[in-house]
Design a protein around this ligand. Sequence first.
Ligand SMILES: Cc1ncc(CN)c(N)n1
Length: 220
Amino acid sequence: MEKREAIDTWLDKHRSVYTAATRHAFVVSIRDGSVDLSSFRTWLGQDYLFVREFVPFVASVLIRAGKESGESSDMEVVLGGMASLNDEIEWFKREGSKWDVDFSTVVPQKANEEYRRFLEALMSSEVKYSVIMTAFWAIEAVYQESFAHCLEDGNKTPVELTGACHRWGNDGFKQYCSSVKNIAERCLENASDEALAEAEDVLVRVLEHEVAFWEMSRGG
Ligand SMILES: Cc1ncc(CN)c(N)n1
């Protein structure tokens, strides 16, 4: 296998789960305007909790990028992601008021808890840098691909939801995801067969968690 293209090779191999994660019925319903607003509110509350758990995960990626990468630009890319998470949390708070979602009363649902436990396990120092970077890319890329789809030509996305779509569907976020992917690909190029197998497994598991997260938002 051409290691440089590991991620794209895996995406081809696991195309059905990748499509399930990036073209989920919940996302498609935003794009075609049929979205159930109570599902959107559920997603908003649950994702706010997720993002708060995601911050320590990204902090651990940042530390690893600073210590292990050998490339100073890795740390800058992750730091950019950290800065946008700060804005994201402020955005969630504004949206919570707008949609009347009181985050202090939101209880994490099973899919959210399971995703959190998965993130915690990835924060272990035992997990290889190439594996954690692959996971990090996949988590961000699913949102980028999903919400960009809601902004593509022919969309009927309700105007009050376009803010969410622009948050992850904008070109700057796409560029950031591409930078994270380049880091992951560079690491995978030099990875052992064992690390490659772990990275592929983690990639699929991220996609499965993302599908479960959308399902949960729809009340599934
Ligand atoms: C579930 C989930 N996955 C990814 C992201 C993008 N940081 C998010 N906000 N929520």
